[in-house]
Design a protein around this ligand. Structure first.
Ligand code: DCP
Ligand code: MG
Ligand code: MG
Length: 380
């Protein structure tokens, strides 16, 4: 399957931006509906309603929000400023000139010399998305929310609305809330399956809202080019054209047998997605943390016992805060100490009482530190 976006990402080793690029590369969260998720034998589809949210020109809009001088101007966000690198996104003012994601900055500057190219700052965009989650929880509980990519959310609103009219109203409320919270515009799509909702979002970009009901499938979705289907990239699109499949309608009505022969099981998935038979639900990527850690390298070596204790207290406090924040408890403590001659000492301890307060952490930490110390002394 074509991983459409990944090829646009700038190599991680680009000077000075290593961590940022690593983050961004990791961010698109693919949840392409798997065949198993589509429940092929299910004849009567359970009626559902999904809401899809996608920010407009996300990185560029954030930069324009944060710097009024950039508002209303053609702006692109890429790896670096100037002519190097690739355009990750461009403001709608820049899109008028034909500037697109994936284009080289140099090429973009050729078509639009007044283009302001900015470097991207991944963590900032990430924080907006995390913050937004809180706002979305006002509408539906956690288990009905899925962050799909760097700027997208899916909401399963089946149990919170009675019909598409109410779904549309909810969509407007969500948009309003997002604007209140972040001062950013997004577009929203509402439909009875995730794939159609995602497509609907694009209908009225920027700052729009579109609804696709089951009755509107043939009129709104079927005329669209087949490329719009989740997972249909350039190569698959080309292969489909050879098979005379150009629109989503063509794909929806194509023979299952032929599709399976050409694309294997994915052929059937594509057909189901085209027909609006995408039964995939909210995919919650809850990662269960196995360990949390925190470390600190001091600028100046410390020798005083009180100072060492203080330092451990700080680290323990930070760690406990992380635990409390994630509502976790720990049963095992691992401690590493580095001396000024770069030698290491480490030790671990099982915690009898599992609490998330610094005080309870301090004692075993301190005990293990004393154990290292005596260990080091016997070694030397
Ligand atoms: N992005 C990226 N590399 C890509 C595609 C996107 O780094 N190949 C980043 C930049 C975008 C953000 O992800 O701002 C969101 O991607 P979208 O595809 O949603 O594009 P935009 O939000 O920029 O524009 P649109 O208004 O079309 O959604
Ligand atoms: Mg977007
Ligand atoms: Mg997006």
């Amino acid at each position: 399957m074509d991983r459409i976006s990944s090829s646009f990402f700038i190599p991680r080793n680009e000077q000075g931006y290593e961590s940022i690029y690593k983050r961004i590369r990791l961010m698109p969260l693919y949840s392409f509906p798997h065949y198993k998720e589509l429940k092929p034998h299910l004849k009567n589809l359970v009626p559902k309603v999904f809401l899809h949210i996608d920010f407009d020109a996300f990185y560029a809009q954030v930069e324009q929000r944060d710097n009024p001088n950039l508002r209303g101007k053609p702006v692109s966000v890429g790896s670096t400023t100037g002519n190097k690198g690739i355009v990750m996104t461009a403001s709608y003012e820049a899109r008028v000139f034909g500037i697109e994601t994936g284009m080289s900055q140099w090429e973009a500057k050729q078509i639009c010399p007044q283009l302001i190219s900015l470097p991207c700052y991944g963590p900032k965009y990430e924080v907006i998305m995390i913050n937004l989650m809180k706002g979305l929880r006002e509408f539906v509980p956690d288990e009905f929310i899925e962050q799909y990519s760097v700027d997208e959310y899916f909401l399963d609103i089946t149990y919170f609305v009675r019909n598409f009219k109410q779904a549309e109203e909810l969509g407007y409320k969500v948009k309003e809330r997002i604007f209140d919270m972040e001062n950013l515009t997004c577009s929203v799509g509402v439909s009875y399956n995730k794939s159609y909702a995602k497509m609907a979002t694009k209908f009225m970009k920027p700052n729009g809202l579109s609804v696709v009901t089951p009755e509107e499938r043939e009129s709104k979705i079927y005329p669209l080019p087949v490329k719009k289907i989740w997972g249909v990239g350039t190569r698959i699109n080309r292969r489909m054209s050879i098979m005379n499949i150009f629109t989503i309608g063509d794909l929806a009505n194509a023979s299952e047998h032929i599709l399976k022969k050409e694309f294997g099981i994915n052929g059937l998935v594509f057909r189901k997605l085209a027909r609006g038979e995408d039964t995939s639900g909210i995919f919650n990527r809850v990662v269960h943390e196995k360990s949390l850690n925190h470390g600190h390298t001091l600028t100046n070596t410390i020798y005083e016992l009180s100072e060492v204790k203080n330092e451990i207290r700080k680290i323990a406090e930070y760690l406990c805060r992380k635990l409390r924040d994630k509502k976790l408890v720990a049963g095992y403590l691992y401690f590493v100490l580095r001396y000024d001659n770069l030698r290491y000492a480490s030790g671990d301890i099982h915690l009898a009482i599992i609490q998330m307060t610094t005080e309870f952490f301090m004692k075993p930490l301190w005990m293990s530190l004393r154990a290292f110390h005596s260990l080091m002394n016997t070694l030397e």
